[in-house]
Design a protein around this ligand. Structure first.
Ligand code: DOR
Ligand code: ZN
Length: 347
């Protein structure tokens, strides 16, 4: 049995760190485990310009503990008003690495997202020309579509036509959650990849109703049935180079989660790589964790692989019930329960 696992320091290709006190509390959790993270732009108001991304990046860097190096890779929030010239600015900046397409209303702070993607075609064309990746929240917001079918329908009706129209555009299906999504990425060109979260690898939709309503297991895309979870585990542990780690760690204050209309988002940054290690161990694929967590994403984005390493120990530890922030608290995944792997060194 493997008791100790040393791997190239991984990257988190999909992360929410919020702002203010919450940002200062959560960034160290990610910086201990990851060398870089693709930072989601869905603040309120969203990060829609390179200048806003520059300021946000500085706030994130100020929250990185002195003994750690952590590179926030910034993204811009796509709106129907985004100008192609903003893409050129973003590319030239060197610190903005992608644009995020949120269908309007699909998730937290996405109201100013895209209603009709054809209005963004000039921007997508500029991105294709500039070699600038498009990150996609792949869920339709059509109210007549069952919430569990929203990913599959979005891929068919919206994403596939865009990929066909812009074959040179690099596209990431963020937090893929279904067998259909996995299949779509496998069948697509080398320009199309996908991130997979720890929570979608660990939980199926039963976790939403386990003994009662579980708001801390609510996220978007919503958890799916077991057959889809198994397809995700298979994809993540397969060694396929276009599937890579993206936690979608998304902290919300407890009052916003335990509410009559609770927010989507699961906080996993406190134990992110450890949770993936559990999944890979259970699938008897621990040797595939490093490529998934540390190589595939960097290679897909054309960025250098990291040199630093981290070590994980097969050692059970207890997750706190919650942590205090902003006169409230955040309840992390596995609160009050145990995780089977522990981070030994964060450097
Ligand atoms: O569960 C989610 N939370 N999914 C998202 O797409 C957004 C995120 C958030 O920002 O809270
Ligand atoms: Zn997200």
């Amino acid at each position: 049995m493997v008791e100790r696992l040393t791997l190239t320091k991984p990257d988190d290709w999909h992360l929410h760190v919020r702002d203010g006190e919450l940002l200062r509390r959560v960034v160290p959790d990610s910086a201990r485990r990851f060398a870089r993270a693709m930072i989601m732009p869905n603040l309120s108001p969203p990060i829609i310009t390179t200048e806003l991304a520059r300021q946000y990046r500085n706030r994130i860097l100020a929250a990185v503990p002195e003994d750690l190096r952590f590179q926030p890779l910034m993204t811009l929030f796509l709106t129907e008003e985004t100008a192609p010239s903003e893409i050129v600015k973003a590319k030239v900046s060197g610190f903005v690495h992608a644009i995020k397409w949120y269908p309007s209303g699909a998730t937290t702070n996405s109201e100013s997202g895209v209603r009709q993607i054809s209005r963004c075609y000039p921007v997508l064309q500029a991105m294709e020309e500039q070699g600038f990746p498009l990150l996609v929240h792949a869920e339709t917001t059509a109210p007549d579509i069952d919430v569990f079918d929203r990913e599959a329908v979005f891929i068919d009706r919206q994403l596939a036509p865009v990929i066909q129209r812009f074959p040179g555009l690099r596209v990431v299906v963020e937090h893929v959650t279904t067998r259909n999504g996995v299949q779509f990425v496998q069948d697509a060109s080398p320009m199309v990849g996908a991130t997979i979260t720890a929570h979608h690898l660990i939980l199926n939709r039963n976790a939403l109703f386990d003994g009662g309503l579980r708001p801390h297991h609510y996220c978007r895309p919503v958890l799916k049935r077991e057959s889809h979870r198994l397809a995700l585990v298979e994809a993540a542990t397969s060694g396929h180079p276009r599937f890579f780690l993206g936690t979608d760690s998304a902290p919300h204050p407890r009052r916003d989660k335990e509410s009559a209309c609770g927010c989507a988002g699961i906080y996993t940054a406190h134990a992110a790589i450890e949770l993936y290690a559990e999944v890979f161990e259970q699938a008897d694929a621990l040797d595939r964790l490093e490529p998934f967590a540390s190589f595939h994403g960097a290679d897909f984005y054309g960025l250098p692989r990291n040199i630093e390493q981290i070590t994980l120990l097969k050692k059970t530890w207890q997750v706190a019930e919650s942590f205090a922030v902003d006169e409230d608290a955040v309840v992390p995944l596995r609160a009050g329960e145990s995780v089977a792997w522990q981070l030994a060194t964060g450097r």
